[in-house]
Design a protein around this ligand. Structure first.
Ligand SMILES: *Cc1c(COP(=O)(O)O)cnc(C)c1O
Length: 374
């Protein structure tokens, strides 16, 4: 829970983002238990999915997380300053000219292509050592990773791996959130057969959704992302994860509309019957997608209030006719994500996914971290 100090700070802001580090720790433990005996790693790329690397990474480390994934080398450098002894994999891999940064910050590149293999192997050889590496195999997604020909080339010429110590082999599922999609089985099979052609190393295939596909998909390690942050990891209705994010916007004005009127830009919403309209302090500049216009649903004291009219840069209008008058008070707050406005539901109303909603939250939120320093 928030301290009275934090509550006083939140009361001064027009837009507040509560990030519950205890919920994130709890989610880590749920996923670790589900994946055991495999290890659970955490994906903290894109500033921990928009929630704040600086707070989230140490919270995960004290929940027991020892392995992290980021996308960019700059993210790896920032993370190294926060988690001293953890293993950090950099998913985008290493480029010629960047090798020393990996070495200096003890970052392990995920090698995605033959040019990356050759670059990193040469760096090890030139320094008279073996540098640690992960290899990404493309098992069917056709995005990043070594394909069958690349692996055949490495089998034919093992010297290309001479400067490397292979510590991990990974691949990624394209349809992990669809349990019945035959693509999952096909990718698992392909991955298992291709990885046996490389020097033996622990392996991973599952992201959050893959953790729920069963133990065949866990192999040695799983790479959890969205589920840590409370996103629904499976496509069926239930969400076993704890809510970690709650975004609240101040109610700036409430008005009774008793004659026909238009609301917002483009006069896109017409009030016909008498209604009450509340204008709240959030807009597309805060990642509240413009596509939520006339489709989104906020929540006031637990009661749903639909978005009416267009989403502006800084403002959204809600129809609060169904919310008891005494609950819609100017200066109070409406929940826009979490607290009754379920993250995945809001993303779906916006025509996107929770991942995009979180990573676009923007810079105007007053951020409050609950459970920090425990
Ligand atoms: C982002 C990412 C993950 C985590 O995915 P979630 O669906 O958020 O759990 C795992 N593996 C790779 C390669 C990724 O890029």
């Amino acid at each position: 829970m928030t301290s009275s100090n934090q509550q006083a700070e939140a009361a001064k802001a027009d837009l507040v983002l509560y990030i519950d580090l205890n919920a994130i720790r709890k989610n880590y433990k749920i996923l670790q238990a589900k994946a055991a005996p495999a290890e659970c790693a955490a994906c903290v790329k894109a500033n921990a999915y928009g929630l704040g690397l600086e707070q989230v990474a140490p919270a995960l480390a004290d929940a027991g997380c020892k392995t992290f994934f980021v996308a960019h080398v700059t993210e790896g450098e920032a993370l190294r300053a926060l988690v001293n002894s953890a293993r950090i994999y950099v998913l985008h891999g290493v480029w010629s000219g960047n090798e020393q940064r990996f070495f200096d910050h003890k970052l392990t590149p995920v090698l995605n292509s033959m040019s990356q293999v050759d670059t990193w192997s040469a760096f090890g050889r030139d320094n008279g050592t073996k540098v640690e590496a992960a290899v990404h195999i493309d098992s069917g997604m056709t995005r990043l990773g070594l394909d069958e020909q690349d692996i055949a080339a490495l089998e034919a010429d093992p010297n290309r791996l001479e400067g490397l110590s292979l510590v991990h082999i990974m691949s990624h599922l394209s349809c992990g959130d669809e349990p019945d999609n035959p693509m999952n089985q096909a990718q698992l099979k392909r991955f298992q057969s291709l990885r046996r052609k490389l020097p033996a190393a622990p392996a991973s295939l599952a992201a959050s959704a893959g953790i729920f596909l069963g133990s065949d998909y866990h192999i040695d390690l799983v790479r959890a992302g969205i589920a840590l942050y409370g996103g629904r990891p499976t496509s069926d209705g239930t969400n076993p994860m704890a809510e970690a994010v709650r975004a609240r916007a101040r109610i700036l004005q409430v008005r009774d509309v008793d004659s026909p009127r238009a609301v917002g830009y483009g006069a896109a919403h017409k009030v016909i019957e008498p209604a009450r309209i509340a204008t709240i302090s959030v807009g597309y500049a805060d990642g509240y997608a413009r596509s939520l216009g006339s489709l989104g649903r906020a929540c006031i004291e637990g009661i749903t209030a639909p978005v009416v009219g267009r989403v502006s840069m800084d403002l959204v209008t809600l129809d609060v006719s169904a919310v008891p008058r005494e609950k819609v008070v100017e200066g109070n707050f409406a929940d826009i994500i979490g607290g009754g406005a379920n993250l995945d539901d809001v993303a779906q109303q916006a025509g996107t996914i929770s991942y995009e909603l979180l990573t676009r939250l923007g810079h105007r939120y007053h951020r409050i971290y609950m459970g920090a320093g425990s």
